[in-house]
Design a protein around this ligand. Sequence first.
Ligand code: SF4
Length: 367
Amino acid sequence: MNTKQHDLELMALSSEAAKCNLCPRMSQSSAVLSLSNGNIKAPVLFVGEAPGRMGADRSMIPFHGDKAGHNFEDLLAQVGINRYSIFVTNAALCNPRDSKGNNATPSQTELRNCSTFLRKQIELVNPKLVVSIGGSSLAALSNIDEHSLSLREHVRTIHPWFGRKLIPAYHPGQRAMIHRSFANQLSDYQFIAEQIGRINKSKRKSPARPIDNDIASLASEIISSARENTSLFALHKLFYLAECEAIKRTGARLTSAYVIRQKDGPYFVDLHPYRIKKAIPGVRVRIDNDVITLKADDTDLFENTTHPDNTLSSISREIISDIIAKYGDLDSASLKRMVYLTKPMKKILRREKAEKVNLYNQPIEFG
Ligand code: SF4
């Protein structure tokens, strides 16, 4: 099956899940399953418990937008696992809530209900390695292929399961950190990264190494060079245009950041406002008339950032400076138009037209 067919299969599964109402208490929630879950041919698939109320239930991207999502993204980033190379889903595709409206753990029945969707995703992606995130997720995998693993005993160990390998890991939410600290989870993810490295060794081609791969410093450079009160929308689009320009000039991207096609164009998962605030303390994030704006503090941005050395290469600086000079003053509509004229976006738009499908949340391929 080629990638296009894989995508279509996933989209069909996503429509099926969107109509599913097997779990009565999740009737208000939408199933989080789309192209934004990741690489449909990934060698590794992560299975969480269920979408969080403030995270995936809102962003529709698994493990993105809430504290657990930020921790998960930090863990991946710190051990060098790229979202382009993985597929992320949940054992229950919808968000379970308790009577007060807070996140709840999916019941055994709900996990069983959703196990058909989970099995289909695993069979479609066909990963060599599955990582369960949290106790519920590990238990849910038993509905597909019975095992006797427990999180406490078998964390950070590798086991044969369902014709592939399985590694149990803890949930990255704040509550689970009581049982497994961030430092320990980091070691778990280092182990996972090593296993992925072994799988990838047998693969032939890897993409060109990114020029800087320092998304925080590059975002700082854009914010401090662009006009005052850059919108979050503009930051994403200018960064994307800089990535395209880097490919044109050097054959490599600036970063390996995960970028997906959303309704209004490319969206950098790493540039969520929370992550911007955390990675670039010298930037102020404000909401003015429903528009999120970013402003560099009066002091030098780089003096306050966690990247004090600001070791960006001269080519990155040059590209960003040229992009700001060319597009920095455009309004949102014109900026969006420019983005849609780039090769990666044109490719997606052509596919959408030819196949009469909407590829929102499709990961953007720059190569
Ligand atoms: S959690 Fe799964 S089984 Fe339950 S309603 Fe959502 S999609 Fe259906």
